[in-house]
Design a protein around this ligand. Structure first.
Ligand SMILES: Cc1cc2nc3c(=O)[nH]c(=O)nc-3n(C[C@H](O)[C@H](O)[C@H](O)COP(=O)(O)OP(=O)(O)OC[C@H]3O[C@@H](n4cnc5c(N)ncnc54)[C@H](O)[C@@H]3O)c2cc1C
Length: 452
């Protein structure tokens, strides 16, 4: 593409800003980011409470966040000095315990030993039987190929591996088939409690693109990054360094693709571009684009999680917790809507909000109402000894767009990837890889390398 090409990017979240950074690095400076909110960062959203920032969206990264680190360097942001992530576990009755400590749970020793063995086995089969599983995006996976970007070396790598087809099956089935069922005990907290759904419905490909073996081990060993001013500060820094910072508060009324160009309608004006990169939810694209039959068909298959977050001030006099806590028994579909984790950013500090996390949907189950979920979250905190005085902020996120086993196995990704560039339109953002910072930022980097 000509370096003067006029490029529109929809969305000022990690995916959109990453696309802009990598376009700029390649010499494309005639780009425009259109963001509907009055902030950049999307689901990296870190509002203020008193003199600190808290997290309503993304919280953490780890040393495998190579592409995010590149953005940190571009923007002059750093994860050094972020509040240390400490975590504990609570039972349904709110009492703390440690399910992984063999000294306190001698009866669990056989299971813990088995788990350790299976984790090792999974690590080994991922390197051999599932070689190529971790590259950016899902190109080829359903056909038994890998075709992606290695974030460590920056190389584009392709190859054949028919075993990769197994990744379309739900993670619980995948683990069972490979004799590593107990690994779910380790993968579940950073997956289900982080809102990514239940293992009986989510294809293993998603679980393992995000929690590749190395990343999962950083979670286990608590080698995690946080940002003192929140994850949003990464993207604010990046935006401030861009030649063309995002235009905020923009409502796009309509997008048409005619005469070899892209027309974006905003109020009374029409802006014409040579190409458009869509990082906003593709499921909603047909609502304002002149969507093709293919776009309508494939994007209608996207499902997403209903993941709710509340930020709470506790009743005066409450003893604020020493760390964040997971409630494992609530990470099952039978306990849908119940508190799975609460996040404490500053140890014992009463000048902060405590954030709660619940999931409201499971395939084939009736969707729980938002109000019911909010009530259950507050009840969960109360069970752990924290009565909510007031909820200062709440969000029901459009979260972790994905497709299910059948569509994954039928080659949804290869079909959508084959549409890249049609009508000068490119797709990026969460569905194209996975709904976390690293995967979305990596995907945009790869997209720019492939097509621009
Ligand atoms: C509660 C929570 C916890 C999380 N925890 C982590 C974590 O610890 N680590 C991690 O790596 N990730 C985490 N994530 C996920 C991470 O935040 C997202 O995967 C990432 O922000 C996705 O980036 P994106 O740019 O693809 O999408 P988004 O962040 O959703 O950004 C999309 C942007 O597009 C804008 N937009 C949408 N529609 C339009 C439109 N029509 N016109 C213009 N603009 C539009 C949106 O306003 C938004 O700014 C978490 C998310 C949430 C909600």
């Amino acid at each position: 593409m000509n370096k003067d090409a006029k490029i529109c990017i929809i969305g000022g979240g990690p995916a959109g800003l990453s696309a802009a950074v990598h376009l700029e690095k390649k010499g494309y400076t005639n780009y425009t980011i259109l963001e509907k909110e009055n902030w950049v960062g999307g689901k990296c959203h870190s509002p203020h409470y008193k003199d600190k920032r808290y997290e309503m969206g993304a919280i953490m990264g780890c040393p495998t966040y190579y592409a995010v680190h590149e953005l940190e360097e571009f923007g002059g942001a750093t994860h050094e000095g972020g509040p240390k992530l400490e975590r504990g576990y609570r039972r349904l009755n709110g009492k703390p315990y440690d399910p992984f400590d063999p000294k306190r749970n001698p009866f669990l020793i056989p299971r813990l030993l088995k788990t350790k063995k299976q984790v090792k086995k999974l690590g080994s089969i991922l390197k051999t039987k599932y070689k190529g599983y971790e590259y950016t995006g899902h190109r080829g996976v359903a056909e038994g190929r890998y075709d992606g970007f290695d974030p460590v070396t920056g190389e584009h790598i392709t190859g054949e591996n028919p075993n990769l087809k197994d990744l379309s099956m739900p993670f619980d089935k995948f683990c069972k088939m490979n004799g590593v069922e107990l690994c779910q005990d380790i993968w579940i907290a950073p997956f289900t409690a982080f809102g990514y759904g239940y293992f009986d419905e989510i294809p293993a490909a998603y679980v393992l693109k995000y929690l590749d073996f190395e990343t999962a081990m950083y979670f286990v060993n608590k080698n995690l990054w946080t940002w003192i001013d929140g994850t949003q500060s990464i993207y604010e820094c990046v935006n401030a360094k861009l030649k063309n910072p995002a235009r905020l508060g923009v409502t796009i009324d309509k997008v048409t693709r005619e005469n070899g160009k892209v027309q974006v309608y905003i109020g009374d004006t029409v802006e014409e571009y040579d190409a458009i990169i869509v990082t906003s939810p593709l499921q909603f694209l047909p609502d304002y684009f002149d969507a093709t039959a293919e776009e309508k068909e494939y994007f209608s298959k996207i499902d997403y999680e209903r993941y709710d977050v509340t930020a709470n001030v506790l009743k005066p006099g409450t003893d604020y917790p020493d760390m964040s806590y997971y409630i494992f028994d609530n990470m099952k579909p039978e306990r849908i809507g119940n508190l799975m984790v609460f996040y404490v950013r500053w140890k014992k500090n009463p000048d902060q909000v405590i954030t709660t996390y619940i999931l409201r949907n499971h395939k084939g189950k009736e969707l729980l109402s938002y109000e019911k979920g909010k009530k259950l979250a507050a009840e969960g905190l109360a069970t752990c000894g924290m009565t909510v005085d007031k909820c200062v902020y709440e969000r029901d996120w459009y979260y972790f767009p994905h497709v299910f086993e059948k569509d994954y196995a039928a080659g949804w990704y290869d079909k959508v990837e084959a549409m890249q560039g049609n009508l000068n339109t490119y797709y990026a953002g969460e569905i194209m890889s996975f709904g976390d910072m690293e995967e979305t930022v990596q995907y945009s980097k790869d997209l720019v390398a492939r097509f621009f």
